[in-house]
Ligand binder design. Structure first.
Ligand SMILES: *Cc1c(COP(=O)(O)O)cnc(C)c1O
Length: 368
């Protein structure tokens, strides 16, 4: 049996007619960049997230870049973030000439360790950029307290956390700005690149809209140096169709996750920990074991695809050598990069496939 880590074809089959119709409408309109399809999707996202503003952009990476630019982050400024995340989080900071300042993660949630943020703050610190990793929100109350006390902006990297809830609030609407990604493999994935920025500030929303079109308003008059950060209409039309199904898909992911946790408990592995005040959307279901590499190889031999998110902590990446970090600086992040493994999870995975994964994980540990 083959179990893929993700199979998008199954999802497409289930909504094919609706998607095809939506794409054909865009083709008939010949309006491809921003415009009515994008505005309508932005409006739906405002309702979905209970945010005041939603601005469709070209990718999750550009969402973070635009958020940082809107907060005035520039050359020499420092932004505090986690080293255990997708590259774009820190890459966007560095891209602006600012300095990503890493803070280690919590061993059990893999999110930024809020107790380690305050010591990393200095005069150059401009913002905190927590990531809601794997679909579970970071400890936002503590982060907001620290930010208020130090007059810092909070930008949430909610690329993996669309629909995730923290103490009743939607991921991406808790800090000053939220950033989402519609990369195809994300929980709400487009058929290409796409992203979104949310904010409750009308000033920030207006500024981000200007920065999204090369910093111009009116057209061809540039008050700022922005980027081409526009969302296109085909993506918006597809995302509008898929958004209606998102809560149902998230619920399925939660059921799949609890089925894994129920049947893997008792093994010498660390299962995902869900904080009591969080509603997790399980973008990934990640376990941790000191036998990670052997387990991954064994499962691969059985036809089960697993993935490591992420194999090298960002403070150890070659491109960040100049930041001066070394091995041992962030032990929890390094441990996570050596021990974590994402199991197959997507709303359409069958119980038979899940049982096959569970059986083989059990087999692996019984042979140790
Ligand atoms: C996917 C992702 C991004 C980047 O989004 P893109 O749409 O691929 O540019 C940023 N941060 C995190 C945590 C992500 O998972």
């Amino acid at each position: 049996m083959k179990v893929p880590s993700l199979d998008l074809k199954r999802q497409y089959k289930s909504i094919q007619e609706e998607i095809n119709k939506a794409v054909l409408e865009v083709l008939a309109s010949q309006s491809f960049v921003l415009g009515p399809f994008v505005e309508s999707f932005e409006h739906s996202m405002v309702k979905f997230c209970h945010s005041k503003h939603a601005i469709g952009v070209s990718s999750g990476t550009d969402a973070i870049l635009l958020a940082l630019m809107a907060c005035g982050v520039k050359n020499g400024d420092e932004v505090i973030t986690t080293p255990f995340t997708f590259f774009a989080t820190a890459g966007s900071i560095a891209r602006l000439g600012a300095v990503p300042v890493f803070v280690d993660i919590d061993r059990f949630t893999y999110n930024i360790d809020v107790n380690k943020i305050a010591p990393a703050i200095n005069k150059r610190t401009k913002a905190i950029l927590p990531v809601h990793l794997y679909g579970q929100c970071a400890e936002m109350d503590a982060i907001l307290d620290i930010a208020r006390a130090n007059k810092l902006m909070v930008i949430e990297d909610a690329a993996q956390a669309i629909g995730s809830i923290y103490k009743g609030q939607n991921a991406g609407t808790i800090g000053n700005i939220g950033c989402f990604s519609f990369y195809p493999s994300k929980n709400l994935g487009g058929y290409g690149d796409g992203g979104l920025v949310t904010t409750s500030s009308s000033e920030l929303a207006e500024f981000i809209k200007i920065l999204r079109v090369h910093g111009s308003k009116p057209k061809y008059y540039h008050s700022h140096i922005g980027i081409n950060g526009r969302l296109d209409a085909i993506q918006a039309a597809i995302l509008s169709v898929k958004l209606k199904y998102l809560n149902g898909w998230s619920e399925k992911r939660r059921l799949i996750a609890s089925y894994y946790s129920e049947h893997l408990k008792g093994l010498p592995i660390r299962l995902p920990k869900i904080e009591s005040y969080n509603i997790h959307i399980f973008h990934q279901y990640v376990i941790a074991t000191s036998h990670r590499d052997e387990l991954m190889k064994y499962l691969g031999q059985q036809g089960i695809e697993t993935v490591i998110y992420y194999p090298l902590s960002l403070h150890l990446q070659k491109c960040f050598e100049h930041l001066g970090y070394k091995k041992g600086d962030f032990p929890e992040s390094e441990k996570a990069s050596n021990e974590t493994l994402a199991l197959p999870i997507f709303p359409e995975i069958t119980q038979k496939e899940q049982d096959y994964v569970i059986d083989h994980i059990n087999n692996f540990f019984s042979r140790l």
